[in-house]
Design a protein around this ligand. Structure first.
Ligand code: AMP
Length: 396
């Protein structure tokens, strides 16, 4: 089977052509500068191709993608008929979507309804969907939501302690993000442990970071909220914060709410604390060279992640498996060690030698650790491809 995975942003569109059974990616690429001029970056057959192609809208980007996929030299298929289905990454499913689904008019209308919750991403995701529908009208399209995995949270986890009208009238509640990644690593952890009957805390630690608490394969809580700003500090996002800080800064510096939120989303996090970079490799390098602010940024990040692990162990009533994934979680042995430091009371004991691993599935806990600690590289595209294939097969 060939599944085309599309992740449409406001001026970009990423794609992968994947076999959902093997996870093999035969081609992938990025259309960028959509609406400006247009450039296609394509990798297939061990070769990279860059082409300037006018892309006034997402339609031309999709057309360019399909053209290169069937190109006799740079392509990997003979005809677009070989694409069995398209899986679209959609940011916000609001309270409308609890799972991935085949796209029809009602689904499009419901994604539109979620635009106030995902004002930057959902319109772009819809442009990608509509562009695909226009050029491949008979190919099934599936929407996979970043929020869906977290929809099993109970009200005590997802409701905010603010007047009910904001929940009832405006759907303001915790949703959580990175759901496709949390779903993938949960699925793998269950497969690797050989049982669903486990309490898992997943740590997706990358440029954006979030944790999830999972019991019997179902999400019970997650650290991001109505938007991805909540939770642990991230590359450039502040994470959790006393809301009165916003009022204080707005009043003192004459900032609008949008300006203040922009500062919290783009100029905060480990970038702000380190004063050097949002990239954990740069921060680690500078901390090793003696930069105290970089050391504080790493310490703060590890501390906040550790606090979430502790609170989720309390929320789940125990902990069996701790999972590290995404750029930092998969690659930084020192950050994993920092986070797990002093978690022995919870039954988490890291083996320094086993922890010396990067980017592959591995147990990094000691043989006598009560909690099994895993590094599981995430694969959101594979999850999208598998969800898409499953839905399309079931519909036939
Ligand atoms: P992601 O958003 O999942 O792509 O993760 C990006 C983050 O992972 C960046 O901050 C990178 O610096 C970080 N990262 C990638 N490799 C390493 C590494 N070997 N050590 C520390 N951080 C890393």
């Amino acid at each position: 089977m060939n599944i085309l995975i599309i992740n449409a942003g406001s001026s970009s569109l990423k794609y992968q052509l994947m076999d959902p059974d093997t996870g093999v990616v035969s081609a992938k690429g990025l259309c960028e500068r959509i609406g400006i001029d247009g450039r296609l970056n394509h990798s297939a057959n061990g070769k990279k191709v860059v082409k300037d192609i006018p892309m006034p809208t997402h339609s031309e980007a999709i057309t360019a993608t399909l053209n290169i996929l069937v190109d006799p030299v740079d392509g990997v298929i003979k005809s677009t008929d070989e694409i069995d289905a398209v899986g679209h990454r959609v940011l916000h499913g609001g309270m409308e979507f609890f799972a991935s689904c085949i796209i029809d008019d009602a689904v499009i209308a419901a994604i539109e309804k979620c635009i106030p919750l995902g004002p930057l991403h959902n319109p772009a995701n819809l442009m990608g969907i509509r562009a695909c529908q226009a050029v491949m009208p008979t190919t099934p399209q599936v929407a996979v939501f970043d929020t869906a995995f977290h929809m099993t949270m109970p009200p005590k986890a997802y409701r905010y302690a603010i007047p009910t009208e904001y929940y009832k009238n405006d759907s303001i509640r915790r949703y959580g993000f990175h759901g496709t990644s949390h779903k993938y690593v949960t699925k793998r952890a269950i497969e690797l442990m050989g049982t669903k009957d486990i309490k898992i805390v997943n740590c997706h630690l990358g440029n954006g970071s979030s944790l999830s608490a999972v019991k019997d394969g179902k999400c019970q809580d997650t650290s991001m909220g109505l938007t991805p700003l909540a939770g642990v500090p991230m590359g450039t996002r502040s994470g959790d914060l006393d809301a009165a800080v916003v009022q204080f800064i707005m009043n003192k510096y004459g900032m609008s709410a949008d300006e203040c939120l922009n500062m919290l989303n783009k100029k905060s996090g480990v970038l702000a604390v380190s004063g050097v970079s949002s990239d954990f490799r740069d921060i680690e390098e500078n901390a090793n060279a003696g930069n105290a602010d970089c050391e504080l940024a790493l310490e703060k990040f590890a501390y906040e992640v550790r606090k979430y692990i502790g609170s989720y162990a309390a929320a789940l009533g125990g902990l069996d498996v701790l999972v590290f994934t995404a750029g930092v979680g998969e690659n930084s042995a020192t950050m994993r060690a920092r986070i797990c430091q002093d978690l022995e009371y919870l039954g988490v004991k890291i083996d320094a030698e086993k922890n010396n691993t990067r980017g592959k599935e591995a147990i990094i806990s000691a043989d006598d650790s009560k909690v099994t600690v895993w590094v599981i590289p995430t694969n959101e595209e594979l999850m999208i491809a598998q969800d898409t294939a499953e839905l399309v097969k079931a519909a036939n």
